[in-house]
Write a protein that binds this ligand. Structure first.
Ligand SMILES: NC(=O)c1ccc[n+]([C@@H]2O[C@H](COP(=O)([O-])OP(=O)(O)OC[C@H]3O[C@@H](n4cnc5c(N)ncnc54)[C@H](O)[C@@H]3O)[C@@H](O)[C@H]2O)c1
Length: 268
């Protein structure tokens, strides 16, 4: 299998090393908009080559992995899907826009391109996906963050909350996921993933809590329906090379890649 990775930061690097270790992967193409990122990473691997465009590499790539940014996902998704190439998307927030998502899914249905979305930084999406089959009536995501993660968020500033002055746990937002992903862009991927695999951006409720004593970025995913009730709490440790990304995100992407490439024991 030949893999093209867009974005050679924290997640892209981890994916390149995973891909490099898999005998089923014959070639890895690396692309990054920042000069030298792809080249430096390629030097540390055996099978990777840095490339200077995505479009030119699509005809010999079996799987594209977007691990760059929402802008990159919005730009490259239509191009990749149009060419009928499978793609794994990490910047899931790019799929919040209903019209954009519908157009991508329509194109993918035509070209038979597949879109893979790893569960990322949150646990419990597996059960949620299953539960939806029978009907889910309530989904709530409670994200608890330290003040640094919320610093400078306009919405919180306008409420007159100075996060650095907080001495106890304080709820700064409760409302639909659609609104939350706009107001808290750093929380966008988890809320988007939960909404996409659950009951959508309007019915999914998000609570954002600032905890001055928080040592983890935690996500509590609670859902109920015909199946019963689930409460899944993830206490994330930041990625060693990017404090904005939870370590579990890169691990989830690596596992997804391994499953796709090996095609055995696939956890669905
Ligand atoms: N699904 C999830 O749960 C989840 C969790 C964490 C991060 N993410 C998302 O995954 C993406 C990658 O995360 P990361 O921690 O590796 O980020 P990072 O900042 O460490 O790396 C991103 C890399 O992509 C490159 N890049 C940015 N825009 C680009 C473009 N248009 N074309 C080519 N390269 C581009 C940057 O130069 C950088 O090297 C981000 O969008 C992040 O929000 C998703």
């Amino acid at each position: 299998m030949r893999i093209l990775i867009i974005g050679c930061g924290s997640i892209g690097t981890s994916l390149a090393f995973t891909a490099d270790s898999l005998p089923e992967v014959s070639k890895i193409y690396l692309f990054d908009s920042k000069p030298n990122m792809a080249e430096k990473l390629a030097e540390k691997t055996e099978k990777a080559t840095a490339v200077d465009s995505v479009e030119g590499e699509l005809y010999h790539s079996d799987l594209v992995i977007e691990a760059a940014s929402q802008e990159a996902a919005k730009f490259y998704l239509p191009m990749v899907v149009e060419r009928g190439v499978n793609i794994m998307v990490m910047s899931v927030g790019a799929l919040v826009d209903d019209d954009f998502r519908a157009s991508i899914l329509e194109k993918a249905a035509e070209t038979e391109a597949r879109m893979y979305i790893p569960s990322g930084a949150v646990c419990g999406v597996d059960g949620l996906r299953s539960a939806v089959e029978a009907g889910v009536d309530h989904v709530e995501l409670i994200s608890t963050k330290g003040p640094k993660s919320i610093e400078g968020v306009d919405y919180v500033l306008k409420k007159g909350i100075v996060v650095d002055n907080l001495t106890e746990r304080t709820e700064v937002y409760y409302g639909p996921a659609r609104e939350a992903v706009k107001l808290f862009p750093k929380n966008i991927n988890v809320a988007a993933t939960v909404s996409l695999f659950g009951i959508g951006f309007d019915k999914t409720k998000v609570r954002v809590i600032v905890d001055p004593k928080a040592v983890h970025n935690s996500h509590e995913l609670i859902y109920s329906g015909d199946f019963g009730q689930a409460v899944c709490h993830t206490y994330n440790i930041p990625s060693p090379d990017n404090p904005r990304t939870s370590h579990l995100s890169a691990l989830s992407a690596s596992h997804a890649l391994r499953s796709l490439v090996k095609n055995v024991l696939i956890a669905l």
